[in-house]
Design a protein around this ligand. Structure first.
Ligand code: UD2
Length: 306
């Protein structure tokens, strides 16, 4: 297939690009390089068309979608706290960006759009595990933006027959996740600290839990979402379907790195949810999704990469 990956130089996007190239597909990347890094595409740079572009730029997106069969729409401002501080900016990127992608896809007869949604659409509702049949209740602009985008996808699929699939990522980790921003995912931060022989800072008692998922599994889900028939308009949780507490996580990273971990416990982070766990049975049944890389194996890969 000929694919466009928006945000293709970012953490998850670059892994999707790499797999597509390995599988012999033609790939175009559009990225504004605000957080994505050129070196993320170094392994495949010669085989990929890389365009500097902004999903807010409707005319540009229109041009770049031409000739593509599938769009993997990964470009977004991915930080929840940043969206709380800058809702206008994240609205423009995360909603208008999606709309621009959908309009361009429709115009150029793109077969399918696969969209990177988020567990943030569920908000703070304590029922576990999260199922796609639950009523979403986002509590941040970021969650609202991802949910709104999902609705646009479904509307375009109903109105115009454009095939769309939304994947609700839970806590994704793996190589190339940037550990250096205040909004970085906890695993990238902890791995960095542990490999430097420094203590890790746990916000709260460390009993909070997340459903961590290694990035290769997320790539598998994207490929299935692009190629499985009969799933247009659907949304899917993408996670492992298991719970790891922060204390367990720190110890597991220490184990993977072959070192003892010092934990410093501090104040809980404001706005944090206590637990997160996905039911992944819909993705399993309809997309054939099976998280084949365990958290332990993923951590081992990450530690040897870092
Ligand atoms: C994840 C997603 C976010 C959104 C949200 C929806 C990531 C990176 N973020 O946020 O985009 O989808 O889920 O619910 O996947 N922590 C520490 N010490 C640190 C850093 C973090 O204790 O140095 C804790 C933090 O307080 C939280 C947990 O680790 O309890 C996970 O934090 P995170 O920022 O990696 O991810 P999360 O679940 O807040």
């Amino acid at each position: 297939m000929r694919a466009l990956v928006t945000g293709g130089s970012g953490f998850i996007g670059s892994h999707i690009v790499q797999r597509l190239v390995e599988n012999g597909h033609k790939v175009r990347v559009v990225d504004d390089f605000s957080t994505g890094k050129r070196e993320n595409l170094d392994p495949v740079a010669r085989d990929v068309e890389i365009i500097t572009g902004d999903v807010r730029d409707r005319a540009a997106m229109d041009k770049h979608a031409a000739g593509c069969e599938v769009i993997f729409h990964q470009a977004a401002v991915v930080s929840v706290p940043y969206s709380v501080e800058h809702p206008e900016e994240t609205h423009a990127v995360n909603i208008m960006g999606t709309l621009n992608v959908l309009m361009a896809a429709r115009k150029h007869g793109v077969r399918r759009v696969v969209f990177a949604s988020s567990a943030a659409v569920y908000g703070d509702e304590p029922t576990l595990p999260k199922r796609e049949s639950m009523t979403p209740d986002p509590i941040s602009p970021y969650g609202v933006e991802k949910l709104t985008s999902e609705h646009y996808l479904r509307a375009f699929s109903r109105l115009y027959g454009l095939e769309t699939v939304a994947l609700r990522y839970f806590n994704v980790f793996g190589p190339r996740q940037d550990p250096s921003s205040p909004y970085s995912g906890v695993i990238s931060v902890f791995v960095n600290r542990i490999l430097e022989g420094k203590p890790v800072d746990i916000f709260g008692d460390g009993k909070q839990s997340r459903d961590f998922v290694y990035v290769a599994n997320v790539v598998d889900a994207n490929i299935s979402a692009a190629t499985t028939s009969g799933v247009s308009g659907r949304v899917y949780n993408i996670a492992c379907g298991g719970r790891t507490t922060l204390v367990e996580l720190a110890d597991a990273i220490g184990h993977a790195a072959g070192t003892k971990v010092t934990k410093r416990f501090g104040e809980p982070r404001p706005g944090d949810i206590k637990e997160s766990l996905a039911d992944v049975s819909r993705a399993r049944t309809e997309l054939g999704y099976a998280p084949r890389v365990s958290i332990e194996e993923g951590l081992k890969n990450l530690v040897s990469y870092a």
